[in-house]
Design a protein around this ligand. Structure first.
Ligand SMILES: C[S@@+](CC[C@H](N)C(=O)[O-])C[C@H]1O[C@@H](n2cnc3c(N)ncnc32)[C@H](O)[C@@H]1O
Length: 351
């Protein structure tokens, strides 16, 4: 938007390095692991066993260092996202200075933000996505290199939307943790007869979401600054409740509250469906997943993985609970796909 070739070059270099990490380093680490296990002649049973195998291993250290620091560098340094957005602060503020007219956007300056949320710089975003008026723009720019698969295909948010709409044609759909609207937009573009509600704690992203919807001349969406645990919306108002990449940013007790709130908001027969990450029962995969959580400031990923979310959903009263793998890009679930990827799953249930 604000052309700056040095910034673009720096960010492109980081993206290129991340792709090298995804496509070359991770498969090399996995090959190395398979070789070490074959040599040892015993299969590791837990992620701790895998950690033993990689103790002091240079390839693993290099992999781990890049995982943490490429993300850190994305935000910091002269051409990082934070200083760059700071340089253009007044321009960014101006972009969202005049909220769209009507009920597209409803902010609540008195909303109390929960501690689990404010106490972590989630995925290494300095100050999180909530503490600065222009944090939504930083997040929007940063999201472009979070899952860098770089293939010409539908974005994963559109692929998820297709999956949801194939199961239900909603009259009212709520998208929890909508951020700057990336997950909500495919719904309001595809389900034109439905009312769509995007909910998030952070005003900075909601303002961008509402501005984009206004520019797209969309009137059947509302963006509300509320807590997904207690939205204050009427009982049974929705027939679909979704979230994308939100659950892994919450501790288990908060996830439980969101599940209960989803149950309350859904009409009988309604569908709850979340897109998130749960790792397969494989020691190497768990080792990588837990390591990502540590290195990328995602402290709630392991508790999500361990909480037994399906039973928690059942105990809220839902039926037909399913946890299904999600193919975020064609071919990523095929056995021959060897690159690093998030372990995407769709977690769904019916009221
Ligand atoms: C990783 S972002 C995902 C954003 C969006 N769904 C997407 O796919 O681009 C997670 C979002 O969940 C929001 N969030 C976290 N806790 C929440 C809560 N209790 N209520 C509403 N939103 C929440 C955060 O503010 C953040 O915008």
């Amino acid at each position: 938007m604000f052309v700056d070739r040095s910034f673009d070059a720096y960010q492109d270099f980081l993206l290129g390095s991340k792709l090298y990490w995804t496509r070359r380093l991770y498969p090399a680490l996995k090959d190395d692991y398979d070789r070490k296990v074959a040599l040892a002649g015993t299969q590791p049973k837990t992620s701790e066993d895998v950690a033993q195998i990689f103790a002091g291993d240079t390839l693993y250290q290099y992999y781990a260092w890049l995982e943490r620091h490429l993300q850190r560098l994305k935000y910091s340094g002269r051409w990082g996202l934070i200083p760059q957005h700071e340089r253009h602060r007044t321009d960014f503020e101006a972009l969202v200075a005049n909220p769209p007219a009507g009920d597209l956007l409803e902010l609540d300056p008195d909303l109390k933000l929960p501690k689990y949320y404010t106490s972590v710089d989630i995925h290494q975003h300095p100050g999180g996505v909530w503490s600065d008026a222009i944090a939504g723009f930083v997040y929007e720019r940063g999201a472009r290199s979070t899952t860098p698969l770089l293939q010409r295909d539908k974005d994963l948010h559109h692929r998820f939307t297709d999956q949801v709409l194939a199961r239900r044609a909603p009259k009212r759909l709520i998208d929890f943790g909508c951020g700057f609207g990336k997950s909500t937009r495919p719904f309001y573009e595809a389900a034109r007869d439905a009312e769509i509600v995007g909910i998030d704690l952070a005003s900075s992203g909601l303002k961008i979401a509402a501005r984009d919807a206004a520019e797209a001349q969309t009137r059947h969406v509302n963006f509300l600054q509320r807590d997904a645990r207690a939205t204050g919306l009427p009982d049974g108002m929705a027939d679909v409740v979704t979230s994308t990449m939100m659950l892994h940013e919450m501790p288990p007790e908060v996830i439980g509250e969101v599940i209960d709130e989803s149950f309350r908001l859904l009409a009988p027969g309604g569908l709850m469906i979340h897109l998130d990450f749960l790792e397969a029962d494989d020691p190497f995969a768990k080792f990588i997943y837990y390591g990502h959580s540590r290195r990328n400031n995602e402290p709630y990923m392991p508790p999500l993985d361990r909480m037994g979310i399906a039973s928690r959903i059942e105990s809220a009263g839902f039926r037909n609970v399913k946890v299904e793998p999600f193919e975020e890009m064609p071919g990523t679930l095929a056995p021959e796909f060897k690159n690093w990827r998030f372990p995407w799953v769709m977690i769904s249930a019916e009221k």
